[in-house]
Design a protein around this ligand. Structure first.
Ligand SMILES: Cc1ncc(COP(=O)(O)O)c(C=O)c1O
Length: 386
């Protein structure tokens, strides 16, 4: 009897637990262009999951990280460093919040936010929004609408209400509620906007109930939606704001921002992390915020958003364009996935979303205006051909 054939070895890298793979291998980038291993170029209208707000390889960003690496590459967060203090100051100046705590990812920023709110109020319940997304670690997942069923029982005492429904929120806001966590506009759900004034009304309802407002600006913040923080559009100042993605311009870093009052009642050891607040990440944050300011990229993001809305909103097959800045959801009259793949073949990288009919655009704020017309022509041709 011959021996059973050996099973093929699995590849050494498990790459698709988070997302399905696109059929290209990227090796280089410059500005809003990325290049695959055959040398083919693509306009990057996805920004690496809404991260690369400065585009690829900004020379001042590279220099800041290289300088810091040469000076002090890593040290414990038990000792202060000038670059961490400088990054925190820049981030508070940029966002109007009082205090920054650096962590590694958006999910971790939300973990810290949820822990702080429960500890400081002494209340157990978190209110989160249906279809909202806050990350895939257990606490953040407990407040995330999608994905948590796969890992039931989800963590935490979380009450879900429909996004945009103020009455439902008010009914859920009992004396046991520590915090309401919400994105100002729901990103992964498909750039879903609440009625105007909703976030401001949530803020006031939360204040009346003695709870805290946590705004998750991991995707919408740091200029992407045309504002330093999108909650500023409605004049809202949450107790806690979480930021990540674009914050390091591509360097993995995130932060939990808070008011002085929240920070004053937090104690050492509330949340801790080995790599959060490390010198290279902080150098990346400081450089990213300096470049955004010096090159007026937040207002440029806003202008690009208006141009994209005009260029794409009139195409046959596009029902509506939602969002602002370099953060848009194109609601199509058909499934978005085949359109995404057809655009990739034509040299445009775009994203999809939790809504199967919505394409998500998150290009860098340095995208040249000529790329807007190029995308419009390519999308028009794809929608006509389908
Ligand atoms: C609104 C929001 N919050 C949190 C997260 C989680 O961030 P990370 O993937 O860095 O953990 C994401 C990621 O897409 C997000 O969009």
């Amino acid at each position: 009897m011959s021996a059973a054939p050996a099973l093929p070895l699995p590849p050494p890298l498990l790459d698709n637990l988070g997302a399905a793979q696109l059929p290209v291998t990227l090796v280089e980038g410059s500005g809003a262009r990325v290049y695959d291993d055959t040398g083919r170029g693509y306009w990057d209208f996805y920004g690496g999951h809404a991260v690369t707000i400065l585009g690829q390889g900004h020379p001042r960003w590279i220099a800041a990280i290289a300088d810091q690496a040469a000076k002090l590459s890593f040290c414990t967060t038990m000792t202060p460093t000038p670059i961490r203090t400088k990054a925190a100051q820049s981030l508070c100046d940029f966002t109007g919040m009082d205090v920054a705590f650096f962590v590694n990812s958006g999910a971790e920023a939300n973990e810290a936010a949820l822990k702080l709110a429960r500890k400081l109020t002494g209340r157990p319940v978190i209110i989160a929004m249906e279809k909202g997304f806050h990350g895939r670690t257990m606490g953040a997942l407990g407040a995330t609408w999608k994905y948590r069923e796969q890992h039931a029982p989800a963590h935490g005492d979380v009450r879900f209400v429909p996004f945009g429904d103020l009455e439902a929120l008010q009914a859920a806001l009992g004396p046991d509620v520590a915090a309401v966590i919400t994105e100002p506009v729901q990103g992964i759900a498909g750039i879903v906007e609440a009625p105007p004034g909703y976030l401001a009304a949530v803020e006031s309802a939360v204040r009346t109930a003695g709870a805290m407002l946590i705004c998750d600006e991991v995707q919408s913040g740091i200029g992407r939606a045309g504002w330093p923080l999108l909650c500023m559009r409605e004049g809202v100042r949450p107790d806690i704001v979480t930021v990540g993605k674009g914050l390091g311009g591509g360097f993995p870093v995130a932060a939990t921002l808070m008011t002085e009052a929240v920070a004053a009642s937090a104690s050492p050891g509330e949340h801790g992390t080995t790599f959060g607040g490390a010198p290279l990440g902080c150098a990346a944050v400081e450089a990213t915020l300096r470049i955004l300011r010096d090159e007026n990229l937040v207002s440029r993001a806003g202008r690009l958003g208006s141009l994209l809305k005009i260029a794409l909103g009139g195409l046959d097959g596009v029902e509506v364009v939602r969002g602002s800045g370099v953060w848009l959801g194109l609601v199509l009259d058909r499934p978005a996935k085949p359109v995404q793949m057809a655009l990739l073949e034509r040299g445009f990288m775009v994203g999809t979303s939790g809504d199967p009919k919505v394409l998500r655009l998150c290009p860098p704020a340095v995208l040249p205006e000529s790329a807007v017309g190029a995308l419009s022509a390519a999308l028009g041709a794809v929608l006509e051909a389908e």
